[in-house]
Every structure is written in C-alpha cells, then in structure tokens.
Design a binder for this molecule. Sequence first.
Ligand code: G16
Length: 545
Amino acid sequence: MDIEISTVATTPFDDQRPGTSGLRKATKVFQQPHYLENFVQCILDSLPQKAGARLVLGGDGRFHNREAIQTIIRMAAANGLAELIIGQGGILSTPAASHLIRKNATDGGIILSASHNPGGPDGDFGIKFNTPNGGPAPEKITEAIYAATKTLSAYRIAATDPIDLDRIGETTLGGLTVRVIDAVDDYAELMQTLFDFDLIRDYLGDGRRMVFDAMHAVTGPYARRIFEGLLGCPEGTVWNGEPLPDFGGGHPDPNLAHAKKLVETMYAEDGPFFGAASDGDGDRNMILGHRFFVTPSDSLAVLAANATIAPGYRDGIAGVARSMPTSAAADRVAEKLGVDCYETPTGWKFFGNLLDAGRITLCGEESFGTGSDHVREKDGLWAVLFWLNLLAAKRKPVAEILREHWQTYGRNVYARHDYEEVDSDGARALMDDLGARLPAMAGTRLGGRTVAYADDFAYTDPVDGSVSEHQGLRIGFEDGSRIVFRLSGTGTSGATLRVYLEQFTDDPADYERDAHALLEPIASLAAEVAKIEHYTGRDTPSVIT
Ligand code: G16
C-alpha cells in the first residue's frame, strides 16, 4: 500500500522525562494533541539505525492502547522502519514483549503500559522503550530521549487506514511490514523450556486447587493458555481473565491491598493450596499459600535457594541481584551458594547489564518483581510457574517451604509502608531534611538501636561503570535491621513516599509471628526520624504491603 507522509510541526512538552519505568502520565495527558507523537518521534530518532529498523510493539490493553498503537504504526511507516511485530489485539505482556525482541533479534520494542496504575479515561497511560537485549532502556538512553523531547519541532506520520489488530497476518505500508502475531505462542513455548510441565500437571491433577487472578489485565490470555490449557487446570482457575480497558475498575496491582478477593479466598478455611496474581502488564507477581503470604523478597531467596529443581536452572545460578530496598534474604542464600549478590537501585533496567554479562541468573525486587536471564524484564507468570514447579518437586505446602527456609537462613522480616499522593514539596522537604541529618547519624542510638550506617544510596554499575546517585536514604542498625526512604518514580500525581522496613531474626519463635507486629517498633521509629506526619500531614500509610 502506498502511503502519504506528512511532517507535522510541533512544540516540546516539558514533562517527558521517563521515570523508574518509562513515561507514565494521566491518560488525559497522553490524549493531548502531539503528546504521544512527540515522545514516539524521539524514541524513533534515538535508534542507532532508524531506516530499516525492526521493533516489537504491544501494550497491556488499557484504555487508549489501540489508538496509540495505530499512531505508532503510522509514525513507524513515515520514519522508514522496516517491520513492526505486534501482539494480536495490540496486546503483549511486558515479559512476552521482551522475549519477542530477543527471539526476533529486533532493534528493540515499544511497550504501552502504566503497569499497575489504574487505567481508563481518568486513569494512567504509559510508554516505554526497550533495547535489543529485550530490557528497559538504560538511563543513558532515556536521558537522551528526554533531551530530544525538549527541542523537537516536528514529527513524521503517514496517512493510512487503521490496521486490523485482531487479525493475525501481515500488511505492508510503504516500506513497513506490520506483522500481527499470536501474543501467547512464543511465551508459552519459552515457559515449557524452563519448567517441568509434566510434573506440575501431575501434581495439580491430584485434586489440588489453585487460583490465578489476572486482574482483568494482560496476563488473562497467557494464564488461560498455560494453566487451563497446557497444565490441565479446571476452567475457572484463572480469575478476571478478560483484559479490559479499565481493568474492570480495579487497581491491577497484585498486592495484599488490591487483590483483596484473592487474599480472602486464600485465607478461608477451605482455601486453595496456592494462589497468585499478576499486574497490568504481567511483569509483577504475588505468591500466596493457604493462609500464607510470601514477601517478594523471600520469594526471590527461596527460588534462588531451590533453583536447580527447575529444568531451566538445573546447572545452578551464576549470581543473584536485588534492588537496594529489597530485603537481604537473597544475600544469605547467595553467600551459602558461594555466588555473587548485587545490590542495585530500584528499577529493572539496572539488572540488564548484570544479566547480559552473565554475572547473575536470578533477580528480584520488593515491588513484587522476580525474574531471570530468560528475558530482560521481570516476569509474573514465570514466577508463578517456578513456584508451582517447586511445590510439585517438594510436595510441601508454601508455608512449610518458607519455615524450612527460615530454619536454614534466618528470617528477614519485611514490610513496605506507602504514603501515596502526598504533597510533592512536602515529600521533597522530608527527604532533604533527613538526607542532611544522615551523615551525623552513624554510631548514634535511635529507638534503642545503634546506627551502623546512614547514607544516600549510590550505585556504580560493575559492568559499564555508570553511576546513579540519590537512589534512596538508608539507615542500617547494628542488629541487622534497616529503614529505607525513597520517593516513588512511577506515580503520576503528587509524590509517593515509600518506607521500607526490615529486621533480621533467627529466633524460631519469630517464624510464627506476624511481620507487622514484629516491625512495629521500627515502623514508629521511621515515622519519628523522618518526621513523616510533619511533612506529609499523614499519620498512617495509605498502603502496607
Ligand atoms: C517499576 C519498575 C520496578 C520498580 C517499581 C516501583 O515496576 O520496573 O523496577 O521497583 O516500578 O518503582 P517506584 O518505587 O519508583 O514506584 P512496574 O511494574 O511499575 O513497571
């Protein structure tokens, strides 16, 4: 099909700096004329070889996904790209997109998602560029894209009819081939190379009931194919399996606060033996046993300790990485295994170099993210399958696996307190005030504990030497407990203060105790030290996970 290309004059927007994970804004911001186009033009211009480039394109199905995809197709055609690989219906989970980039050796991919943020006309939208390794673009590239947005004066777009995103097949627009593919096939195939599907199928077939909550987000089609198809679970195992533009009005964040019904079901007397959920774009996971919640930090540690039960990791792991605010549970496992453990800033992009260099096999974050070197994103369904493989191999309940783990390694009791949508100036002032007091804190006593160190976390990437500063304020105590303060980089309104609480114990009596009760003293200490109420006007967090 011949295409007519126009160059459209535009003016820069001053708010297009990507955050922790791409550019996330209220949907209404993205719906402004030229807003999406400007950013996409800057992504395309950042490609080392734009003419003839090939990209993967897809999103989590939220409101505005289809329109944005049509716009990007028209811009790709006008900018001389050679190929777009798009998930059917415009849907691709973030890990599936990462896999497609790697499998097809494309020049990267564009993922449309605001992850766990609510969707709809009054919700959020987002866009993210992934590089040829399949991972989120590192800061060097996102900063270059941002710099370009500040001076952009025109973008190129073709006038074409919309592509039928629901029909699998190929369309040519000038020099561009648009390939609409089944979104699930390649991903499901990859999972079968990593995990023992026969073992899991037999185990589940023994009358064990599991549930998976797709939260009306992107994992529905993937989960149905894998659990109800390949693994033979009964229909109804996957809840909320239909991706909806507004996620059914829910908040597609798999945690104790937002996956309420799942949590209630798992805590009922006759609840299932295993429950899990994933988020808007399918990269997060929550793991639950019967009446038992596995913290994401513990989940990473347990998977690292038992990695060799899964066929894809039979030869052992090269190393582990965790984001700084994630608990040190994985460090203890790495030490025992005799492998390296890296501590990176928050953001999956910081794992990319370590994975590419073969220094780590597994990585994870407290924010419900776990993954491995199979792709370059965290992967919700991968984590669920890893747990199922582990349960099928051990034939023990989730709670027992955790208790045994703590018997061996001790327990890093953990919680995160979020103060959402607080005043940005107040939040900034809190961080500045606390930051200024940290250097004098080491060696002093706070709340009956001695401060071992207090600093503003900075990271030097061991592979390329790049330095990332101001990645969170840490106060570590001599008894192994720790408080971390950070401002979220994924919110879209006001600021979100995150307070991460951790305490180590190897007293078996504590293995039976509730994490929040154990952490109460350092939670109060955190509020007091940072003067949270004074700066935010809040005396309790909005979400505790
Ligand atoms: C993103 C990043 C994660 C990060 C999380 C929370 O996840 O990919 O690495 O841990 O945000 O970040 P923050 O604390 O800055 O809000 P997702 O699932 O939202 O893409």
